[in-house]
Design a protein around this ligand. Structure first.
Ligand code: CA2
Length: 147
């Protein structure tokens, strides 16, 4: 059975509980469910992991090799700072799609740059939780060689 990992970075455990004006009312479970629904239709399983700790996210990326066909990754604030996460993504063969719920380009300038985008397969920004579904679809279609 093929598998995807939905990986979420710091503070995303608060989704739906704080700041609904920026991130909406949906929870992290809702986001994972959207990705899972799309994957299940194609017979693909989805696991999820959230951490507030950079090193734990690096561990999860390293451990994805050989276990997952793709990673849907919202690195949250580490997007803009983390060379460690970038190096981890570069070190694996597993394709990573970067997802942001908000349109980071409409926000503060420090959110406009991603350290990770150059080593990801692609980036989905600004579509709310739907971005998780779009990322699942993009990964699955590319795995099936339709891109
Ligand atoms: O738009 C996104 O998905 C972000 O990755 C969210 C990050 C932010 O640092 C990035 O620039 C863009 C922040 C995640 C924090 O999530 C919260 C959710 C609810 C309440 C507070 C924080």
């Amino acid at each position: 059975m093929k598998r995807l990992l939905v990986l979420n970075g710091p503070n995303l455990n608060l989704l739906g509980k704080r700041e609904p004006g920026i991130y909406g009312h949906g929870t992290l479970d809702d986001a994972v469910k959207l990705a899972r629904e799309t994957a299940t239709e194609k017979g693909i399983e989805v696991d999820e992991y959230q951490s507030n700790h950079e090193g734990e996210l690096i561990d999860a990326i390293q451990q994805a090799e050989g276990k997952y066909e793709g990673i849907i990754f919202n690195p949250a604030a580490y997007t803009h700072t983390s060379i460690g996460l970038r190096d981890a993504i570069s070190a694996i063969e597993v394709p990573v799609v970067e997802v942001h719920i908000s349109n980071v380009h409409q926000r503060e300038s420090f959110r406009h740059h991603s350290m990770l985008a150059p080593v990801c397969q692609g980036q989905i920004v600004g579509f709310g939780l739907l971005g998780y579904r779009l990322a699942a679809l993009a990964l699955i279609e590319s795995l099936e060689g339709r891109r």
